[in-house]
Write a protein that binds this ligand. Structure first.
Ligand code: CP
Length: 326
């Protein structure tokens, strides 16, 4: 267990060692246990988290706010559009100034080829830890919550388990690459067989694929890329089909939507779930496009773990805040 994580940024799990990730998981389970028993755990009394959102949220905002209150502190909600950022406040100024008011700065900025850069610029200028609430490249707290959920279902030894991280169709909007990219980066570190299943136009960033390949090699697991929706499901223990945009093929939303229509049958329905292992669990970070990305019978069915994932967001975030913002 690592006990010296005070001041550390969480921008991607890839920048935290295996030991540090296990520390987060262990503390998250401990804080979840304490909450279940009603045991007080106000380890961040009088501390303030500033949350700066450039993009909408349900779970992230609510779980950070609730988590910070349970830790005895306060979470301050700021939307970029109600700030002076549009009138000139720079990332450096935001880091300097918000870092002087608070004990942690959390940011969501998913603008393609801007979000991660912005968060890193704030972190560079900030005297307090910066937490990535989702950028264009990564969604670290989502995948930490997902890993907690997987461990709750399959135990701590995940070696040999097969997870299928798959693209699925949507007609609503072009979603960021951050969830699938963070999933392949984290899940390849535990000896699992990790599948990335996607149509050819829905590539992830080449450096992410390289890092995931290296992670799988180091953990003596495997990492393969498939392009057939059904093959991805076959025999999998964990299925995680969700949509993302064709950002590496086109930055034009209309063109991306037109490409997606070619794969409108990539919906996770009961027939697809039937290809997975009998005990398979269905995961999704939410929001999901019901009837398009996933059938109601699956997301509301016995394989689904989506509400546990959403709950575990709070426990994972509390663990990282407690460790970094002391
Ligand atoms: N999964 C997730 O990040 O949800 P929100 O966009 O609602 O925060």
């Amino acid at each position: 267990m690592q006990t010296d994580l005070r001041g550390r940024d969480m921008i991607t799990t890839q920048e935290w060692t295996d030991d540090e990730i296990w520390t987060v998981l262990d503390i998250a389970f401990e804080l979840k246990r304490k909450r279940a028993l009603g045991e007080p755990h106000a380890v961040l009394r009088d501390k303030v988290l500033t949350m700066l959102f450039f993009y909408s949220s349900t779970r992230t905002r609510a779980s950070f706010e609730a988590g910070m209150a349970q830790l005895g502190g306060h979470a301050m909600f700021i939307e970029s559009r109600t700030t002076q950022i549009a009138h000139g406040d720079t990332a450096k100024e935001i880091g300097e100034i918000l870092g002087r008011y608070s004990d942690g700065i959390a940011i969501r900025n998913v603008d393609w080829e801007q979000g991660n850069r912005y968060i890193r610029e704030v972190a560079e200028a900030s005297r307090v830890p910066v937490l990535n609430m989702q950028c264009d490249f990564y969604h670290p707290f989502q995948v930490l919550a997902d890993l907690l959920t997987i461990i709750e279902n399959f135990g701590r030894n995940l070696r040999g388990k097969t997870i299928n991280i798959s693209w699925a169709y949507t007609s609503s909007y072009q979603k960021p690459l951050s969830v699938p990219q963070s999933l392949v980066l984290l899940m390849t570190r535990f000896g699992m067989n990790v599948r990335l299943t996607r149509p050819p136009e829905y590539q992830l960033m080449p450096e992410i694929i390289e890092q995931a390949t290296e992670n799988a090699h180091k953990s003596r697991g495997s990492f393969e890329v498939l392009d057939d929706f059904d093959d991805g499901f076959t025999g999998a223990d964990i299925v995680y089909p969700k949509s993302w945009g064709a950002s590496l093929t086109t930055t034009d939303d209309a063109e991306s939507a037109a490409i997606g229509q070619k794969y409108a049958n990539w919906i996770c329905d009961e027939q697809r779930m039937g290809l997975a292992a009998k005990h398979a669990i269905y995961m999704h970070c939410l929001p999901a496009d019901r009837g398009i990305e996933v059938a109601d019978a699956v997301i509301d069915g016995s394989h689904s773990r989506v509400y546990d994932e959403a709950e575990n967001r709070m426990h994972a975030q509390k663990a990282v805040m407690a460790l970094t913002m002391r």
